[in-house]
Design a binder for this molecule. Sequence first.
Ligand SMILES: [Zn+2]
Ligand SMILES: [Zn+2]
Length: 227
Amino acid sequence: MSEAPREAAAVSNAIRARRPPGGALLDLHAHGWERSLDSGASTAALVLRAAACGLDGVCLTDHNAVCAPGEAAALAEQHGVAVIPGMEVGTDIGHVLVFGLDRFRPELVHIRQLRRIALAEGAAMVWAHPMRELNLPRPDWAELPALFEALEVVNGDHNDREDGYFAQLAQALGLGCTAGSDAHSVQAIGRVATAFEAPVRDLNALIAALRVRAHAAVDLRRAPAAG
Ligand SMILES: [Zn+2]
Ligand SMILES: [Zn+2]
């Protein structure tokens, strides 16, 4: 018999324990193989796993590609969780999660141009895994509040802490903190999540919550601090 259901049940206990009362836990960063060639999981399998774990939703953030709104809506309906279309854009300073743009365009790879377009179109931006070492120029930390709503301070592929360097930086700069599994496999879903103070059922609610920083990064692989 597969271990998967038992493992998903253990994850769901951790998720229940960390969900804010009246709020929601969402994975803000996942890749399905239909649009992300480096993923080993179908989008439907990722959503199924998110629902099985007890997450309230998952954001589809494929590399330089956005799923059709109808696809996300159909998966949400089928599995009973929020399925929010987003995109992970490869920019000249690294990967950036964008919520609220409907398609990739080549000019989005320049971070300041991406920001201009995102603001004009009502989108929100999160600097994905800023702790990842890349051979790219980093923005001046003082510029970060002009570029992003939040920093992804906990990423499923990195051993970061909820109170690590980038969480402290985000707090000092008045930016939000998110967590995303960066799932390229089904098992990665449920390792980390972003906790919201209120329900987040669709893209507009997510953008609104990111704008007011009404959320926190949660690492479900670690026990919550006592007290
Ligand atoms: Zn990335
Ligand atoms: Zn990613």
